[in-house]
Design a protein around this ligand. Sequence first.
Ligand code: ATP
Length: 294
Amino acid sequence: MTAVVEAEGLTKYYRARRGLEDLTLEIRPGEVFGYLGPNGAGKTTTIRLLLDVIRPTRGTVRVLGHGSREPAARARIGYLPGELVLEGREKARDYLRFLGRIRGGVPPKRIEELAERLDADLSVPMRKLSKGNKQKVGLIQAFMREPEFLILDEPTSGLDPLLQREFLSMVREVRVSGRTVLMSSHVLAEVEQVSDRVGIVREGRLVAVEDVSALREKAVRRVELHFDAPVPPEAFADLPGVRELSIRGAALACTIDGRPDALIKAAAGFTVVHLVSSEPDLEEIFLTYYSEAS
Ligand SMILES: Nc1ncnc2c1ncn2[C@@H]1O[C@H](COP(=O)(O)OP(=O)(O)OP(=O)(O)O)[C@@H](O)[C@H]1O
């Protein structure tokens, strides 16, 4: 099967400033690929190169089997830009219907269905849309044609948590229908819920590509356990993967590298009344990769 994205040594400099350095990456048909990195890492640069909005300094990229300069792939892609410009007096509904017509006949009903799911107000003139509503209009135009390949740049920015969940279920539906998604984000927690694989980009370089399950195992987490009575520190000494252990009476706190299995088995000998496990922080995962690289 042809890869949906095939990038080879893809590099972009904005004059002397590095946007992206030597990206080699394959995105497979039918997968949700999460593209993670902090602000300025090079995510938007990558996406713009895929879409031929900007041209590479070096390297090549093929999208849906076409070179990035051939327009053939564009009609098969749904795209949500990171900074969507929507202006004018036209109502959002009219704008979407217009886009639907020029992009091969999207039934108005489909636009209304998506608007309802995302709780978007389409009766507002574009220039008066709130940030959240703008993002919803952007999502509707990206999803409405049911494209083969969806490229979403920071899709949840400006959406409240309930709508973020709705959005994630829309992504899952795209995946179930066998289509492909590339989604950039700086929030690991949302990406890991829907992605098959994630790429981590930092300072213009792809530092890792991992199956989400493998990434979770590698992640560092802070864990707290509270017991019904003080526990003996010896019971928790030298557990594999457990670091920065502190035990004060009935409360235990530590950091876990990877699997929490050893800690859970040790704790099972006592009565646990409360457990707090923080979501792994993206920054901490980067640190895991840095320590591996050095
Ligand atoms: N048009 C441009 N001119 C000059 N430098 C640019 C331009 N666009 C991006 N850059 C620089 O390239 C680097 C990568 O930026 P990019 O926008 O790709 O990052 P990002 O990961 O998408 O971050 P964000 O989430 O903030 O958009 C940054 O250092 C940025 O300042």
